[in-house]
Ligand binder design. Structure first.
Ligand SMILES: [Zn+2]
Ligand SMILES: [Zn+2]
Length: 742
C-alpha cells in the first residue's frame, strides 16, 4: 500500500511513501506519520491511500506512525480539507495549525520542588551557624500553605534548593517533588457572580436558540444586541441546555486578557467544565489543555480564534462573540483564515448551531442576514434600568478658532465634563487609538521627519522609556536624536498625540485624579492589563485612557463619561473598511458609558464634524448607516457584493519584486466576466522590515461568481504554481477575503 503524505512546507505537492506491511492496518487518512525527506526526518499527514503508484522514482518507506490512532476526528479532518481548499494553503500547513504546534499526546506535567509544612519549633542554633537556612526555616513555619514551593524563597537565597537540601540533610524539613499546578491558577479568572432575571427580549432569544439546539441541525444566527443588552447571560443560559443534551460548546472571543469578565462569568457557572484556550498558554499547558479537551474532560472551550480548532467532540453550539472583530482573522503566517467563517463551516460539518454576536456586526454578516443566510435575533434594549447614553460632538476646528489654541487634545467641553464626573466620584473612559507619546518627530527648521530605516515610516516617541519605536517592525532606537541628520538643527517638534501624551496632559490638568492607561505598551511596562482593569472596576481609578483595546466588551457600571479624543484617526486610510471600523470603534466605545444606574454621556472630538461616519456614529443610528454603507460598497463592487483576493509580493530588492509581480500580472490566464484586476501597486506599507511589498487585488463580482468558485480557480491556476525556483528569494502570499487592503 502507498500513502500520499502532505508535509508542513509551503508547497502544495504531496509525496508518495510506502506503507510498511506490518503497519497497513493502522494506516488511515488523517494519521500523523514521520517520513524521510531529503536527509532528514519530518512529520506529515496522510491525505490519501492507494494500492499502486505511478511514481517512477525510488519510493521510500514511512518511518513510523506518530500516534496510535488518527489524532483528529473525521469532522476536523473535513474542516482541515476545507481550509486548505478555501484559503489555498497546503494541507500539511493547515494540519499543523489545527494541531497547534505539534501537540504531544504524552504530556508530562511539570514537576517542582516543594517543602512540606511542619509545626516544630525552630532550631535556634541555626540562626548563628547558617543564617540563610534559618530564614528559610522560619519562612516555612510561618507559611499557611501545606506545600511551599522552593523557588518562592528566592528573595532569601539566590539558590534556594541548595539551602533546602542542606536543611533536609539535617533532618529539619522534608522535600518533595510534585506536580506544580500554580501555572494553571494563573490562567483562570476569579468567578464573577451575578443574579439574573431575564427580560422579555432575552427570553424570546433564549427560547429561539433552545428550540434550534433541539433540532441538532446546522443553523446560523446573528445575535444583534445593543451594547449592555446582556448577551453573556444568554450564552450561559443556552450553553446550559447544550450541556444537558450531553453535547459541547465553543465560545470564541477576541482576546481573553481583555475580556476577563466573560471568562469569569463562565467559570462561576460551569467551573471545571471550562477549558481556556489562548495565546499565553505555554507549550506544555497547551498540550495538557488540548488533551483534556480531546479526552472529553472539558465540555466548553472558551478562547481566541484558534479555539475554533479545539478537538471537542459532539459539538452542539459555536458562539462567535464580537464577530466583527478583526482579531478573528489570521493575517500571518498561513493559513490566513477567518475564525468566524471557519466556525460557520465547522458548524455545518458538525451539524450544530452557530451564533454570531455583536452590537456592531460586520457588514458581511449584516448583508448575509439581509439575504436570509442567518436568522436574526435582536436585543434592542439595554439590560436592567440602563439606558443609552447621550452623545455630543465637539468641533475641534471651532474650538481652535475660539480659543486661538492649536493641537487641542482635551477640549474645554470635555475638560468641564471630566471635572464634573470627578466631583461626583463617577468614572471616565477616554479612547485615543494611537499608542506612544508623539507619533511623529519633525525637525522644526528643515521639516525632515525621523524615520524607521527598515520601514519607511515615522518613528513614534515613547516618553516613559525615552525611546523611539517603529510600530510596524518593532525597531527600538535607544538614542534620542539631538541633531537633525539633514540640517544639524537641534530643534524638534513632537507632532501628534498618542495615549502617553493624553495621560501626561490629564495628569497636569487633574493632579488629584487617579489615572491609568491600557495599551500594548502598558501591558509590558507596568503590571498586567487585567490588574489595571480590576482596579478600575474596584473604583480605585478615576480616569482610564487607552486604545481600541479597551473600547469593546468591558462592563464597568461606574463609567458615566466616555470621551473619544480624536474620532478621525483611521478614517482616511486607503482601505474600503476604514469607515466601517471607525463607526464600530465609536459605537462600541460609546457603549461603555452608562451601563449602571446612572445615565451615560459620550463626547466625540473631531476635525470633521460633517463626515457621514462621525454623524451616523454620534446619532448611534446603526441601521441607517449600514444601509448607506451597503449602497457605497455596491457602487464600488466591494465586499459583500464581491469576493476579494489580495496577492502580496514580498522581497528585499524592490526592482525584482516589482518585475516579478508585473510579469505574473501580464501572464494571467483565463480572466472571466465580473473579474476586476487592480495593480500591481506598492502596498500602503510599502517597506516593512527591509522588505518591499507590492500587491495585486482581485475583485470578483457576486453577480457572476455566486459562491466564489471562479475566483478560487483563477487564483489557484495563476498563483499557486510559483514556487521558490520561479520566484527566487521573493515570496508570494495569497490572502482570500482579506480584511484589510493596507
Ligand atoms: Zn533639519
Ligand atoms: Zn520599522
Amino acid at each position: 500500500m502507498f500513502a500520499e503524505v502532505s508535509l508542513p512546507i509551503s508547497s502544495f505537492q504531496t509525496f508518495t511513501y510506502l506503507v510498511p506491511e506490518n503497519l497497513e492496518s493502522q494506516s488511515l487518512i488523517g494519521s500523523r506519520v514521520t517520513v524521510p525527506f531529503g536527509n532528514r526526518k519530518v512529520s506529515g499527514v496522510i491525505v490519501s491511500l492507494m494500492d499502486s503508484t505511478s511514481f517512477s522514482g525510488e519510493v521510500k518507506s514511512i518511518s513510523r506512525f506518530d500516534d496510535d490512532a488518527p489524532i483528529i476526528s473525521q469532522n476536523l479532518w473535513k474542516l482541515v480539507r476545507w481550509i486548505s481548499h478555501y484559503y489555498i494553503t497546503p494541507i500539511g500547513v493547515v494540519y499543523n495549525t489545527v494541531l497547534s504546534f505539534n501537540i504531544s499526546k504524552n504530556y508530562i506535567p511539570r514537576q517542582s520542588w516543594f517543602v512540606k509544612n511542619f509545626s516544630e519549633d525552630i532550631d535556634l542554633l541555626l540562626k548563628k551557624t547558617s543564617p540563610k537556612q534559618y530564614l528559610v526555616y522560619k519562612a516555612i513555619q510561618q507559611s499557611s500553605q501545606e506545600y511551599i514551593k522552593v523557588s518562592s524563597f528566592k528573595n532569601i537565597s539566590s539558590n534556594p534548593i541548595s539551602v533546602c537540601k542542606a536543611l533536609e540533610s539535617k533532618g529539619c524539613i522534608e522535600l518533595v517533588k510534585k506536580h506544580d499546578n500554580q501555572d494553571e491558577k494563573r490562567l483562570t479568572f476569579n468567578p464573577v457572580k451575578k443574579n439574573i432575571s431575564y427580560n422579555e427580549d432575552q427570553l424570546k432569544v433564549i427560547d429561539n436558540i433552545k428550540s434550534t439546539l433541539r433540532t441538532k441541525k446546522f443553523k446560523s444566527n446573528l445575535l444583534h444586541g445593543v451594547t449592555g443588552s446582556g448577551k453573556t447571560e444568554i450564552f450561559i443560559e443556552v450553553i446550559k441546555t447544550v450541556i444537558k443534551m450531553k453535547r459541547s460548546a465553543i465560545i470564541l472571543i477576541p482576546e481573553i486578557s481583555l475580556t476577563p469578565q466573560i471568562a469569569g462569568r463562565f467559570k462561576d457557572v460551569f467551573g471545571q467544565d471550562i477549558a481556556l484556550w489562548h495565546s499565553q498558554l505555554t507549550k506544555s499547558q497547551r498540550a495538557k489543555t488540548w488533551n483534556e479537551i480531546n479526552n472529553g474532560d472539558c465540555k466548553i472551550v472558551i478562547g481566541a480564534r484558534s479555539a475554533v480548532f479545539s478537538p471537542i467532540k459532539k459539538l452542539g453550539l459555536i458562539i462567535v462573540d464580537e464577530e466583527h472583530d478583526s482579531s478573528f482573522k489570521q493575517d500571518s503566517p498561513s493559513p490566513r483564515y477567518h475564525a468566524r467563517d471557519v466556525a460557520i463551516m465547522r458548524a455545518k460539518i458538525e451539524e450544530c448551531a452557530v451564533i454570531l454576536s455583536s452590537a456592531t456586526p460586520s457588514l458581511e454578516t449584516f448583508y448575509n442576514y439581509k439575504n436570509s443566510k442567518h436568522r436574526y435575533l435582536s436585543l434592542p434594549k439595554r439590560y436592567g434600568k440602563a439606558v443609552y447614553p447621550t452623545v455630543k460632538v465637539v468641533d475641534l476646528i471651532d474650538e481652535s478658532k475660539e480659543t486661538g489654541k492649536f493641537n487641542i487634545v482635551i477640549s474645554g467641553t470635555l475638560q468641564r465634563k471630566i471635572e464634573e464626573k470627578l466631583k461626583n466620584k463617577e468614572q471616565v473612559l477616554l479612547i485615543q487609538n494611537r499608542r506612544g507619546h508623539s507619533p511623529t518627530i519633525k525637525c522644526s527648521d528643515c521639516g525632515s521627519i525621523v524615520m524607521c530605516s527598515a520601514c519607511k515610516t515615522p518613528l513614534t516617541f515613547h516618553k516613559y522609556d525615552n525611546k523611539l519605536k517603529c510600530h510596524i517592525c518593532g525597531f527600538i532606537s535607544n538614542k534620542i536624536l539631538d541633531t537633525c541628520k539633514d540640517c544639524l538643527s537641534q530643534n524638534f517638534l513632537y507632532v501628534g498625540t498618542g495615549t502617553q501624551k493624553v495621560e501626561n496632559i490629564l495628569q497636569e490638568t487633574f493632579p488629584n485624579a487617579k489615572i491609568s492607561r491600557v495599551d500594548h505598551d502598558s501591558t509590558k511596562e507596568d503590571s498586567s492589563t487585567m490588574k489595571i482593569l480590576q482596579s478600575f472596576l474596584d473604583g480605585k481609578v478615576d480616569i482610564l485612557i487607552g486604545t481600541q483595546m479597551i473600547a469593546k466588551g468591558l462592563d464597568f457600571p461606574g463609567i458615566t463619561l466616555v470621551g473619544i479624543i480624536n474620532a478621525d484617526l483611521g478614517l482616511h486610510l486607503p482601505d474600503f473598511r476604514s469607515s466601517e471600523r471607525t463607526f464600530q470603534l465609536i459605537y462600541q466605545a460609546s457603549g461603555r458609558a452608562g451601563r449602571g444606574q446612572k445615565k451615560g454621556e459620550v463626547i466625540i472630538q473631531t476635525y470633521d464634524k460633517d463626515n457621514a461616519v462621525i454623524l451616523a456614529a454620534s446619532k448611534l443610528n446603526l441601521e441607517k448607516y449600514y444601509e448607506d454603507m451597503l449602497d457605497d460598497r455596491q457602487l464600488l463592487n466591494y465586499p459583500p457584493y464581491s469576493w476579494v483576493a489580495k496577492i502580496e509580493f514580498i522581497g528585499s530588492n524592490p526592482k525584482s519584486v516589482f518585475s516579478l509581480s508585473n510579469k505574473i500580472r501580464n501572464n494571467l490566464m483565463n480572466p472571466y466576466k465580473g473579474l476586476e484586476i487592480l495593480g500591481p501597486a506598492p502596498c500602503f506599507k510599502e517597506k516593512v522590515n527591509n522588505k518591499y511589498r507590492f500587491q495585486i487585488i482581485l475583485k470578483s463580482s457576486k453577480k457572476y461568481d455566486v459562491n466564489s468558485n471562479k475566483l478560487h480557480s483563477f487564483v489557484s491556476q495563476n498563483f499557486v504554481k510559483y514556487n521558490k525556483t520561479v520566484t527566487g528569494s521573493n515570496k508570494i502570499h495569497i490572502h482570500i477575503d482579506p480584511i484589510t487592503m493596507i
